[in-house]
Design a protein around this ligand. Structure first.
Ligand code: FUL
Length: 484
């Protein structure tokens, strides 16, 4: 009899232990490619400014030919503090300056060319706009980034290897003289006609090999290891495939770099959506301008995006798990134009009013299933405002739902979802439903979530909202749910 009892006890103990194993209270393992610390910090910036300003501002052009006299560069009321106080008030966290655009004019006194700000009347040749911008950025608490056009229509040796050496020396100047650079932009527009030191001809380069990017990047990372490199295909950030400000509704942060390279045409859709389960983590950045052009043109003063349009832009960029890189081009005075400043102020007010009261805070969250049935991975984690806690399912469980319940009827306009991407991007399909007339009514049927997904709920009134993950590459991890 005793032996039977002992056997039963042993069996019970074994059962309990194996049950504990299958409960999987251990943290989920990373799935596939994961973001770097710098990339994670980049998402949290959400909005950065692009600042296109150079000789083109004074010639009314978008692309300078390269033969422009530096004498033309003469802003009379330039005030980078005006730029940065405007950006700070609007909520921007970083700014990328066109230190040199395709025309080759350098906005800092470069040791390697005469075609620069030192040859201009600005501050009688003693100006340095890169310095002014980096200092104002620091003063207003924004990060500083650099655009240095690889294509240079001024240089006589563009197309030869000596030009690539020159380009690298300029990168080195920018990376050593002006504090830390959070992002560097390598523009994909490359090769074509130009002045080229007086040759006035068409030049084509082998886009894949001419610049030897790996070498330039290695050199730059040696000086500043934390910088993120943007180009059509990364390595750290990729182009979103359009300049209209439209991130992919499906946005995989991952791509297969071997199927992509700078300048390859016909891959815009792939750049926008990324590759499900791709090998490298290279998020898409959404770059667009507040005006039709990248540079300031007085003729576009009436064509500045409205606050409402900027808010839509926020939804199609940040709301699709990307960051917004919004260009605001200073005018000939060297100031952000009044219309642009007003639009940014209006945009900020919309953001502040739309996202003022998070209704999810007064809801309770319940999950269909949670990892190890433990509190560590409970649905309540999505409401705790801590980005490092999340709801998770057991390994191998790739579907599941979270319900938010309120004790009174709520009017819902926006839903914000965030995946815990530190451990990889997982969700491939999900639906959102609201409780109406005693049944679930679907209000959204979507694919990816990623860092952040914002969906319009159009003022639906309900007491319950359900987010159902219907497909994931590994057990889903949801870190945050907000409702407005
Ligand atoms: C493009 C350039 O050709 C435009 O002038 C602008 O700088 C934009 C951001 O990138 O490729």
């Amino acid at each position: 009899m005793n032996r039977i009892i002992t056997t039963l006890l042993v069996l019970l103990l074994l059962g309990l232990t194996s049950c504990k194993n299958s409960n999987e209270e251990t943290p989920p393992e990373a799935f596939g490619a994961v973001p770097s610390q710098e990339q994670l910090a980049w998402y949290a910036m959400e909005m950065n400014a692009f600042i296109h300003f150079t000789i083109n501002t004074f010639t009314d052009k978008e692309w300078g030919y390269g033969d422009e006299s530096p004498e033309l560069f003469n802003p009379t009321e330039l005030d980078t503090d005006q730029w940065f106080s405007t950006l700070k008030d609007a909520g921007f966290k970083g700014a990328i300056l066109t230190a040199k655009h395709h025309d080759g004019f350098a906005l800092w006194p470069s040791n390697y060319t005469e075609h620069d700000i030192a040859a201009s009347p600005y501050k009688e040749g003693n100006g340095n706009l890169v310095k002014e911008v980096s200092e104002s950025a620091q003063k207003y608490g924004l990060q500083f980034g650099v655009y240095l056009s690889p294509w240079d229509r001024n240089r006589a040796d563009y197309g030869e290897s000596s030009y690539v050496d020159y380009y690298r020396k300029q990168v080195e100047e920018l990376f050593t003289g002006y504090g830390s650079v959070f992002e560097m932009w390598f523009d994909g527009a490359n090769g074509g006609d130009g002045y080229y030191g007086g040759a006035n001809e068409e030049r084509k380069i082998d886009r894949e090999n001419y610049y030897n990017w790996p070498q330039t990047i290695a050199m730059a990372k040696e000086i500043q290891p934390k910088v993120l490199f943007f180009s059509d295909a990364g390595p750290d950030l990729r182009w979103v495939g359009n300049e209209r400000g439209i991130g992919g509704e499906t946005h995989w942060n991952t791509i297969n770099v071997d199927t992509l390279y700078a300048g390859k045409s016909g891959i815009e859709d792939l750049l926008q959506s990324g590759a499900k389960g791709g090998k490298s983590w290279v998020p898409a950045e959404v770059n667009t301008s507040i005006r039709p052009g990248w540079f300031y043109h007085a003729s576009e003063d009436s064509l500045v995006r409205t606050p409402e349009n900027l808010f839509e832009l926020y939804l199609t960029s940040v709301g699709r798990g990307s960051t917004l890189l919004l260009n605001i081009p200073p005018d000939r005075r060297g100031l952000f134009h009044e219309n642009d400043v007003a639009a940014l102020k209006g945009f900020r007010s919309i953001l502040d009013s739309v996202f003022a009261v998070n209704l999810a805070k007064k809801a309770t969250a319940l999950a269909s299933t949670s990892r190890g049935k433990s509190d560590t991975y409970a649905a309540s984690n999505v409401l705790d405002a801590d980005k490092d806690t999340y709801w998770a399912t057991n390994d191998g469980v790739t579907t599941g739902s979270i319900e938010l319940t309120w004790d009174s009827l709520q009017t819902l306009n926006y839903l914000v979802l965030q995946e815990y991407i530190t451990l990889g991007q997982r969700v491939a399909a999900f639906t959102v439903s609201v409780w109406e007339n005693d049944s679930w009514k679907p209000v959204a049927n979507q694919t990816t979530i990623g860092y952040k997904r914002i969906l319009k709920l159009n003022g639906v009134a309900t007491t319950k909202l359900k987010i159902e993950i219907t497909e994931a590459l590994a057990c889903p991890l949801i870190s945050n749910v907000e409702v407005y």
